[in-house]
Design a protein around this ligand. Sequence first.
Ligand SMILES: Nc1ncnc2c1ncn2[C@@H]1O[C@H](COP(=O)(O)OP(=O)(O)O)[C@@H](O)[C@H]1O
Ligand SMILES: [Mg+2]
Length: 169
Amino acid sequence: MAETVSDVGGRVRVSSASAAETGRLASHLAGVAEAGDVIALRGDLGAGKTQFAKGFARGLGVSAVVNSPSFTLMAEYSGRLPLFHLDLYRLGGAADALAGGLLDERQAAGVTLIEWAERLDGPVGGADLEVRFEGVGDEIRQIELHARTERGARCLARMRAAMPGEDQP
Ligand SMILES: Nc1ncnc2c1ncn2[C@@H]1O[C@H](COP(=O)(O)OP(=O)(O)O)[C@@H](O)[C@H]1O
Ligand SMILES: [Mg+2]
């Protein structure tokens, strides 16, 4: 399991040495996610956002293969909860105009993962949890989970409790 470096308040910082470790971290988070949670994945191209999404889907019990939904903006999968996976990489100046149409009432019943959420302001940008990835290529990834709302803080607290081998605060 990835090594936890520190966690302060509404933050969990983890280092990950492989895509598999990143996937396991995401799978733990998926295990404690609740309907309505919105999670923004931030980081450079190749940082590991889609690897995280794949692990998250596995943790939700999604059997379908999760890939980048770049050409559809959003893909929906069924698992313990519905998973909505968005990748806004190709959104340009039209992002704000599109924002209102990307999230709809169905998403209250599932968990939403958004790659490149920083391309939007407004409701989509207002995620409950932000997951920041630093490092690309062969580098060790530093992954920081940051609670942005009370809902996000509760989710992080459940995740800390579920992660094995971690010092409890
Ligand atoms: N610790 C790590 N975590 C995630 N991916 C990693 C890690 N180390 C190497 N990789 C590799 O980096 C790439 C990440 O790609 P991807 O998840 O598609 O990035 P993004 O969606 O952020 O653009 C994959 O080829 C993966 O195998
Ligand atoms: Mg991606």
